[in-house]
Ligand binder design. Structure first.
Ligand code: ADP
Ligand code: MG
Length: 392
């Protein structure tokens, strides 16, 4: 018998989520295969799983976009949506509920777009607590452009990898981003007169300096470990050479974290004038980037073929999963949207073998059942049609 995956969704229910009025499925510890025609609701289901981790899910959606349009209970105007899951984790079973909850208290716009989170029935203060229970990494067709587009997608990709190793990263990142936004607002509103808010401004910059250096240090640490794990080719997947690039990261190469904090604090103070015009902040971990090279070709990922870029991403994901399985006793949930069909048979079978060896609950979608044939009985299959899920 195979060893049970240490992190697996065993029950998933969706309410007013995208095309689903309601849906319920009960996977087990095996990888999950979802097949069905275009538009059936396969990606929507992966998106629901992606909301078990902090963030905006695999489509980077606004909470309001996710809510079901049409259907029996409202038309995107106020009934809210929910995803609930029971998971087996290395520390035992956990129940997670999340969604957009609309109620009287949700009158203001800010409240309306706050994601509600419950863990074992208890309301959590924020969504960052999710990182303590669930690690989720995904690969979607949109990510074919990850190496070609701006750095924000690569930062989000990297941060999701970091959440798995260091659950506190989610909270730090959110505190950093909050302070960054608050400072930008203060500078913008106070345009001329922010001297009056000097204390507040310094406080925010202080918070940005401490959390910002912690964010950069955590990314740097994980990238170093991943480098070692994916530097060489594994089977048909290429070696990936990773570095995190950024000023704060460079400071951390050259000196202790406290010196980096001082330098960031100073830089923020010195750039107030420029930042009040430009918005944001000239410098900080929100500007960092993840640089990836194809190790065998010694070529930046952006110059590799689309297929090679995808193979690089798979290599990074698998290295990440191997490390997590070894260090924390569980591979992350892997959401592989339309990945299998685009690999040649050799790479596809290598991917399946890796997933099974890791004991990872990988959620894989495709329109064609036969692609998943090599998995045989090692996967749990569902068929989806018109937002209706049936065990296959
Ligand atoms: N908020 C929403 N309310 C209702 N339907 C939605 C919503 N968002 C997306 N959809 C529908 O979901 C369907 C796409 O589902 P998706 O999971 O992407 O399909 P696929 O099975 O091809 O991956 C589309 O028909 C789209 O119109
Ligand atoms: Mg899809």
């Amino acid at each position: 018998m195979d060893t049970p995956a240490a992190l697996a969704v065993t029950r998933l229910t969706l309410t007013r989520f995208r095309g689903y009025d309601s849906a319920r499925l009960e996977p087990d510890h095996r990888p999950v295969v979802l097949t069905g025609p275009n538009g059936a609701g396969k990606t929507n289901l992966l998106e629901a799983v992606s909301f078990l981790a902090p963030g905006r899910g695999l489509r980077g959606a606004k909470l309001s976009e996710v809510e079901r349009i049409g259907g029996s209970a409202g038309n995107g105007t106020g009934a809210g949506w929910a995803v609930a899951a029971v998971l087996d984790t290395p520390t035992g079973p956990v129940e997670i509920g999340t969604g957009r909850e609309l109620s009287a208290q949700a009158a203001s716009g800010a409240e309306r777009d706050r994601r509600v989170v419950r863990v074992d029935g208890h309301p959590a203060k924020g969504q960052t607590v999710l990182a303590e229970h669930v690690a989720v990494v995904w690969l979607t067709p949109q990510m074919d452009r990850l190496f070609l587009e701006g750095s924000s997608g690569r930062r989000r990709f990297l941060d999701r990898l970091v959440f798995g190793f260091d659950p506190a990263h989610a909270g730090r990142l959110s505190r950093y981003e909050h302070a960054l936004r608050e400072r930008a607002r203060l500078l913008r509103e106070g345009h001329r007169g922010w001297n009056g808010d000097e204390g507040w401004l310094s406080g925010l910059e202080d918070q940005m300096a401490t959390t910002g250096v912690a964010v950069a240090a955590a990314r740097r640490d994980v990238v170093q470990r991943l480098r070692a794990a994916c530097g060489r080719a594994v089977g048909p997947f290429p070696g990936a050479d990773l570095t995190v690039q950024g000023t704060v990261e460079r400071w951390l190469d050259d000196g202790p974290a406290l010196a980096a904090e001082d330098a960031l604090r100073r830089s923020l103070r010195d750039s107030r004038r420029a930042d009040s015009d430009g918005g944001g902040a000239t410098l900080g971990p929100h500007k960092s980037d993840l640089a990836v090279r194809h190790a065998q070709k010694d070529m930046p990922a952006a110059l590799c073929s689309t297929g090679e870029q995808k193979a690089l991403l798979i290599a990074i994901m698998l290295a990440n999963a191997r490390l997590l399985a070894a260090e924390r006793g569980a591979a992350p949930l892997l959401l592989l949207d339309e990945v299998a069909a685009h690999l040649d048979p050799q790479r596809r079978e290598a991917l399946f073998d890796e997933i099974l060896a890791l004991g990872a609950q990988a959620w894989m979608t495709g329109t064609d059942d036969s692609v998943f044939g090599p998995l045989g009985g090692a996967a749990k299959r569902f068929h989806i049609e018109d937002a209706t899920v049936t065990p296959a």
